[in-house]
Design a protein around this ligand. Structure first.
Ligand SMILES: *[C@@H]1O[C@H](CO)[C@@H](O)[C@H](O)[C@H]1NC(C)=O
Ligand SMILES: *[C@@H]1O[C@H](CO)[C@@H](O)[C@H](O)[C@H]1NC(C)=O
Length: 320
């Protein structure tokens, strides 16, 4: 199992996260309305990985650049190409995170995506879990979209859109995914913004096969900004996103075992086990408060409310 870490590291992470909490709480007076409730820093539990060692460049030639001894990368979109990295391993459940700083200025039509997919192995019934950051014709107005597909359920988009409560272009912010047999949770700076529980209703569209992890920037002019009204304006290129603090912890998939069952469940899961550990199978009360905050204050679109698009809403929208 790839995620077993020493107790010592766990302790260090707790001390560090307490320190960061103290630091960040001192800044919170400035804009009280848009401040989320504090939340467990899951991102502090896992080591940061290296772009040299753990990822490969997928496309983009010199528009993808690694720096800081493998800890950081820049990906750019210009007239010629976007760029992206993909993880060398596939994972069957785990915790996945990236710190991202988005391009400033006019970014209509630009998409920066941090996502998981297995369309390379299962082209006809692929799974996908997406963060997509959608550029805007004005600065400071990026929209965060989350989406998922399970077993080729591409006819049903399950998009939700959120306003961010910070300027995503001036500093790195953390975008994380918990994905296990209990639920999928999207987190931004450790605040859960969306939870999809695995239930009998959702199981046929629940991502359940091994996926790789990707970070990309590309031209999504036809749909990204106001449904395609504002395409990429290359007068403002290159558009450059910075990536760091890459974390992937979970069950590394054995490519010879297509069933994806190659990771045995640990009988006594540690608190660092993203598959069965108590911090990962269920949201805490504190995390649920964060989730409620994000959904009541920051969410601007949910497919579950889109009756124009779905005459019959997907089943998980009506049973709860
Ligand atoms: C750079 O990373 C390698 C392993 O990825 C490590 O062995 C080396 O000490 C690092 N160098 C610096 C200056 O951090
Ligand atoms: C996924 O799709 C394949 C092929 O369409 C099908 O055989 C399989 O039963 C599906 N699995 C689930 C869990 O629905």
């Amino acid at each position: 199992m790839a995620y077993l870490l020493s107790k010592n590291l766990h302790l260090q992470a707790i001390i560090l996260s307490t320190f960061i909490l103290l630091l960040s709480s001192s800044n919170h007076g400035t804009n009280a309305q848009s401040v989320p409730p504090s939340s467990t820093r899951l991102t502090s539990l896992f080591p940061h990985l290296s772009f040299d060692r753990d990822y490969s460049q997928m496309f983009g030639d010199s528009n993808a650049q690694i720096y800081g001894n493998g800890s950081f990368a820049k990906i750019s979109l210009d007239k010629k190409t976007g760029a992206g990295f993909g993880s060398k391993n596939h994972y069957n459940y785990g915790f996945f995170s990236a710190a991202i700083k988005l391009p400033p200025g006019f970014t209509s039509g630009v998409v920066v995506a941090f996502y998981m997919s297995n369309s390379d192995i299962f082209p006809h019934n692929h799974d996908e879990i997406d963060f997509e950051l959608l550029g805007h014709q004005k600065s400071r107005n990026w929209v965060l979209q989350t989406n998922m597909y399970g077993n080729g359920s591409v006819k049903t988009g399950r998009e939700e859109k959120f306003r961010l409560w910070f300027d995503p272009t001036t500093q790195f912010h953390e975008y994380s995914i918990i994905w296990n047999s209990h639920h999928i949770v999207f987190l931004v700076d450790n605040i859960p913004i969306r939870e999809v529980q695995k239930t009998p209703t959702t199981s046929s569209s629940y991502p359940s096969k091994p996926m790789a992890v990707y970070a990309t920037i590309w031209d999504a002019s036809p749909w990204a900004t106001h449904g395609g009204k504002y395409p990429v304006n290359y007068k403002y290129a290159p558009f450059t996103a910075s990536l760091g603090e890459m974390e992937m912890a979970g069950c590394i998939y054995d490519p010879k075992d297509l069933s994806g069952k190659s990771c045995s469940k640990s009988s006594s899961p540690s608190s660092l086990d993203p598959l069965e550990g108590q911090d990962f199978v269920k949201l805490s009360n504190q995390q649920n408060k964060g989730l409620q905050w994000a959904r009541s204050k920051q969410m601007i679109y949910s497919y579950c409310k889109d009756k124009r698009r779905y005459k019959v809403l997907p089943p998980e929208c009506t049973t709860k």
